[in-house]
Design a protein around this ligand. Structure first.
Ligand code: AMP
Ligand code: MG
Length: 478
């Protein structure tokens, strides 16, 4: 596999610590994303993949490393983070010239493990595989999962659970926390290099120089975050642990630990067992993304001479974030409602809908899917508009009008998924994997999740909301 290489090496071993992944001699590949291997043009067969994930062989001439970073976790700064159970094993470039990192998670303890076991349980590994697959198909920027390995060893969590290693592919693993570490170290050279690495990799049309270059870079990162959160909101995704160490500079979703899809609509929806204050609730996500960008700006201050002037410039870009978001957000709702242009009175129409949805605990996905389906020339069964929305729907139909019905329908269909990875289904399949059961239904369901905007008749359980959503909890301790 000649086209693998090491990346970020110029940053030095303070930021990339050579570490060997643990060896799992009896491990077996459990899930392989063949579509992704083909799409990326990777020259890797099943045996090689198994051996890399199991720590049994190393990509030729490449030293695996654990990356160092800091992070604000739930608002509190933690200076000593880093890959505590992950290894960057190699990078590679696709034929189109895009560079990717190949990262293992659950691959054993590192210098950053802080008492953790460095391992990953099978359940969270399967969740990451499913969620990243589904999110990508939903059109959300995301890291992807190349494979899941069953280690055939147990890990100790609440109880003993089967262990796994995830192989994650990302355009880059540089996060806000990486910049925070360099700022903490007052390492101007490393930060300058990091900015250049990110620009070359992700934002290579930035042509300015000096401090303007840093500002332009910052602005681009903000725009990526803004676009990402809009996509999350569009599909009802709740990340659950938006710490700065989980915020990638490239704007991809990373760390599918305690994530969930919102079912009953509420801006306050939160499922993570440790998020008791609702810091990362569904409706808080834009504020938190902007807050995280603020932490990046603080770090980048290291590269600015006139701190007062820089503060003003960074603040200006952050205000732009809010404006950009609000504009995109209105467009998002406009599209979800099939409105071809936004009128002032549409705000009332939208607010009424959201209140009714919240009061009646209506499912976010199914409600918008039902409205979308109702505009089809021959609506399909299985997407009924809830009774509680009958009056509102009449108003909405009058607003949509009859002239441009097919355009309204097309726009709604492009943003309102018919099928998402429902929490109940994810848990059901995790249970199956834990029992070493591999049903045909899983394969069929994953296949359906590849085309989430395709309206057809699905098995009822694939669209069903969780009966116990009020008590559903997700966990970080993966
Ligand atoms: P997360 O919120 O999942 O990104 O994790 C936060 C930090 O905890 C990261 O630096 C992880 O590497 C570390 N971590 C999480 N789980 C473990 C584990 N089982 N063993 C060692 N480190 C861990
Ligand atoms: Mg993380």
């Amino acid at each position: 596999m000649s086209d693998f290489f090491s990346r970020y090496t110029e940053l030095g071993e303070v930021y990339l610590v050579p570490q060997r992944p643990q060896q799992f001699e009896h491990a077996q590949l459990l899930l392989t994303n063949s579509d992704l291997i083909t799409e990326l043009g990777m020259d890797v067969d099943q045996q090689q993949l198994r051996d890399y994930l199991a720590g049994m062989s190393r990509v030729e001439n490449i030293k695996p490393v654990a990356m160092a970073y800091c992070g604000h976790q739930f608002g509190h700064f933690n200076p000593q983070l880093g890959d505590g159970r992950a290894h960057l094993i190699a990078s590679f470039a696709t034929a189109r010239g895009h560079t990717y990192d190949m990262h293992l998670k659950g691959s054993g303890a590192t210098v950053f493990s802080r008492g953790g076991d460095g391992l990953c349980a099978l359940g969270p590994a399967v969740r990451e595989y499913i969620m990243s697959h589904a999110m990508r198909a939903l059109g959300v920027p995301t890291t992807q999962c190349l494979a899941v390995l069953s280690t055939n060893q147990q890990v100790m969590r609440q109880e003993r659970e089967p262990g796994a290693v995830v192989c994650r592919i990302a355009r880059s693993h540089i996060r806000v926390g990486t910049f925070q570490l360099m700022a903490m170290n007052k390492d101007v050279d490393a930060m300058q290099q990091l900015v250049e690495l990110c620009i070359a990799d992700q934002f290579d049309d930035i042509s300015s120089s000096g401090e303007q270059r840093v500002l332009d870079f910052f602005e681009r990162v903000c725009l990526r975050q803004c676009a990402l959160i809009l996509k999350w909101m569009q599909v009802g995704f709740i990340h659950g642990v938006m710490n700065t160490d989980n915020t990638l500079i490239n704007g991809e979703t990373i760390d599918y630990g305690p994530c969930a899809m919102m079912e009953s609509f509420s801006f306050d929806a939160v499922f993570s067992s440790i998020d008791r204050q609702g810091r990362y609730a569904f409706g808080q996500q834009p504020n938190i993304a902007s807050w995280n960008c603020g932490r990046l700006a603080e770090s980048l201050m290291l590269l600015m001479d006139d701190k007062d002037a820089a503060l003003e410039r960074f603040s200006g870009i952050l205000s732009q974030f809010a404006e950009e978001f609000n504009e995109g957000y209105q467009q998002m709702w406009s599209n979800k409602l099939g409105l071809l242009s936004w009128q002032e009175s549409d705000q009332t129409l939208l607010s009424e809908l959201l209140s009714l949805m919240q009061q009646n605990k209506l499912d976010y996905t199914n409600t918008f899917a039902a409205l979308t389906n109702s505009l089809q020339p021959t609506p399909l069964p299985g997407y009924e508009i809830p009774e509680a929305l009958a009056d509102w729907t009449r108003k909405w139909r009058r607003r949509v009008g009859d002239n441009n019905l097919s355009a309204a329908h097309a726009i709604m269909q492009s943003v309102n998924p018919a099928i998402i990875p429902r929490n109940g289904m994810v848990e059901h399949f995790i249970d199956e994997f834990n029992l070493a059961k591999h049903s045909d239904e899983f394969t069929q369901w994953l296949h359906a999740l590849k085309t989430p905007y395709l309206y057809q008749v699905y098995p009822a359980q694939w669209l069903a909301t969780m009966s116990n959503e009020q008590t559903y909890q997700t966990f970080c301790g993966t």
